[in-house]
Write a protein that binds this ligand. Structure first.
Ligand SMILES: [Zn+2]
Length: 175
């Protein structure tokens, strides 16, 4: 950049915009007086996908559920960690698993880890958890929850595929 370039206001970063939006939010916020236990005693495990508005799609209100999200909505050890705390310390009983059409993980393979290792010289300890068959992956996720010895409530575990073009959920029968 040239020294004589005119000084202009730096445009606000995305994070700055979020912080500004929070000021507006907080200006009308009233304490709902809830405790930490989800009102509807449900934990939803879903993909982090930006097109998936869980509360709107499932008719959930503030305070209703725990939301556990990651790439793919897969049930990893860390997902089990959150579910265990959700059930044992905060009273949830039902588990809802949501994958979706057009997931970014559908195009990846475990080669992703190999490529990472080539690039940075270190192999990640985590699996990519990529998949080619959505329904099969939902079934695997259901099975991982149902077989976890840490979870006291494993009788109400259901899995779905959310269609990002229609907004509809389709249930996947467990394997
Ligand atoms: Zn996804």
């Amino acid at each position: 950049m040239s020294i004589s370039a005119p000084q202009s206001e730096p445009s606000p970063s995305t994070t700055d915009q979020l912080v500004a939006a929070n000021l507006t939010y907080a200006s009308t916020f009233t304490d709902p007086g809830m405790d930490a236990r989800p009102v509807r005693r449900v934990a939803v495990v879903a993909c982090m996908d930006a097109r998936l508005d869980l509360h709107a799609a499932l008719g959930l209100e503030l305070g209703d559920c725990h939301t556990i999200r990651n790439a793919g909505g897969v049930v990893t050890d860390d997902t089990i960690r959150s579910l265990t705390i959700s059930q044992r310390a905060l009273g949830t009983r039902s588990v809802v698993l949501i994958h979706h059409t057009g997931c970014g993980l559908l195009g990846l393979t475990e080669d992703f880890r190999h490529e990472l290792e080539q690039e940075v010289g270190q192999r990640p300890s985590w699996a990519v958890e990529s998949f080619k068959d959505l329904d099969q992956d939902v079934r695997q996720s259901i099975e991982r929850v149902r077989t976890s010895p840490f979870l006291p409530h494993r009788d109400d575990v259901r899995g779905f595929v959310f269609d990002v073009t229609s907004g509809r959920l389709r249930e996947v029968a467990p394997g």
